[in-house]
Design a protein around this ligand. Sequence first.
Ligand code: 3H9
Length: 694
Amino acid sequence: MAQLSESVTLDREGDVAVITVDNPPVNALSWHVRQGLSDGFAQAVEGGAAAIVLICAGRTFIAGADISEFSQAPKGPSLLDTQSAMENAPVPVIAAIHGTALGGGLEVALCAHYRVGLASAKFGLPEVNLGLLPGAGGTQRLPRLVGVPKALDMMTSGRHIGAAEAHADGLIDEMVDGDHDALRNAALAFAARAVANNMPLAKVRDRDEKVAEARGDEQLFADFRASIARKTRGFLAPEYNIRCVEAAANLPFEEGLQVEQQLFRELMTGPQSAAQRYYFFAERAANKIPDVPKDTPTVDIGRVGVLGAGTMGGGIAMNFANIGIPVTIVERDQESLDRGLGVVRKNYERSRSTTPQQVEERMALFTGSTDKADFADCDLVIEAVFEDMDLKKSVFAELDQICKPGAIMASNTSFLDIDQIASATSRPESVIGMHFFSPANVMKLLENIRGEATSASAIATAMDIGKRIGKVAVLSRVCPGFIGNRILAQRAVEANRLILEGATPEQVDRVLYDFGLPMGPFAMSDLAGLDIGWKAETSSGSNVREILCESGRRGQKNGRGYYTYDPDTRAATPDPEVVEMIREFAVSQGYEQREVSDQEVLERCLYPMVNEGAKILDEGIAIRGSDIDVVWVNGYGWPVYRGGPMYWADSVGLAEVVAKIREYGERLEGDHWKLSPLLERLAADGGKLHQFSN
Ligand code: 3H9
């Protein structure tokens, strides 16, 4: 065996050369992998191999370019040169694929003459999620194998497809059941057949029939663009991916490749991809807790208990059933329980990704009960009852009596003090906050909140189970609203003040929507319901929301809130009557209304958020600045192409942010305009919020 570089070896199996990549954790295409591959193909050919098998060690085939190298000076051969050595080899090259062949990894495999994959393997070009497009020929080769519609879908969504689908589409030539050894043997057997039968050195670049089907078909591309427009609003990369596939359909291979290279360079050097690449590592960093080492023992979660079968409880429970964990769900009476389980069933039935058989399998994992004593055999119990401290404390005192030793007792509170809740138990070390976002079966964010006494094991378990149910988990310490809602609250204060000063709800919402958020604060209030927590008997007309409620405006649910809603389409229209009501109230409060610029709206909504984020870091509530960004991207729809509020503030420039906060702070009241000392210090020292770590 020859060691070609620190991560690539060359082996011989009879007259077949075997090149193995071993670059943990995901066999990314670091410079030494590209070097080893280039040398490997050259040496295998020089050594007279009759065929070459490319295979990877460890848990996966090559999962892409090494993203951490993107911001460094180029080193070693380019990926295109490496691929050229492979594609132009004078003997058959067979890629043997297990795990995930992603991005540059799939692009390498597409330069083999044949591809053999394990039945469990997955394939994808997820560059779009990094604000990029496949920049190693993938945009030209994938459509030539799977056709234009499928390539468009895979490249603009980043979706991974399974081996069966890849086989049916012609992306792989053979699908193999079994383990890594079975894959290696199958690839060697394929190589032997290719030699014995003198099979052609099939180059994907030479294929034309599938792209020819879409040649000149402008409608196909226009329809596709329209179909993803809403989902991809604000992002550059999806459109650039589409242009590359258009080039694949309409231009010769080499010319298409030129288009790809040009657009790839543009994206790679632009701000969106820089933000999205930062975010990729931010999300992974969030899982690392400095004082909770990776090998901290976790509680084995065999059964989960959920208290409350309302919208939140039901949604939380679904997450666990989705990965096969049985759930005991408890409600106070049979009627509420039946209603809750009925909603869960409907949610499953409505989901396009769940087959009727899966609906039944998942529902079979639910055990409904009206008795909390049935939590006795649960390893994790999550309560989702009304947000009231006395109620939560009495629930936890009861759970303390019921739950088995070692079980984790979690609260889904979105702002209450976990330490106070834990004080109602004899085992505060087992109490933790697990704050799901609504709808809990859909939203990606899970804010885990550690109390003063929460054990390392409880923290490790909550983080681990969060990942297993497909959430992005971020750890926070205790403060009102934790990371996400505490920041949101600052924005709400300013948004409400802006409409008194003369901005309209529509203007505030539009500015934030145009910035990239899914909706502004007033549209969000209408969606949630203006009357949440409002009571006619105690309403005193002391703010705009109360006045709207008093006039019968409840939000989307009755078609009238800050906006008026079309009963059929739910489309929102700004309502002059509301603007007038706000004006009258503002005048009664002594406000002199004026025209407010869009820029002022943006700054006054977002800078207090940045300021609060810095305070959260200073107080040690969040571990790192990037964790705040992860919370806001996943829980509140902050556009990932702007990185998150901390990353965004750094890109604006902290000196500018500080100057503006000072300026607004001089004329506006409120703690949210009191400058965070950390922010001030970082601005003075040239530090960055997104790189700050406690
Ligand atoms: C590309 O290929 C461009 C080309 O078209 C053109 C080039 C010219 N690089 O996610 P995990 C690290 S763009 C560097 O927790 P999982 C990750 O940071 C690339 N590092 O594991 C983490 O490190 P740590 C296109 C990478 O099992 C560790 O590996 N490819 C890379 O949940 C484990 O990661 C992609 O976008 C990388 N490419 O999921 C695929 N990938 O332990 C991106 C991972 O220090 N990767 N790391 O925190 C993934 O989607 C997932 O990592 C994968 C495994 C599904 C592979």
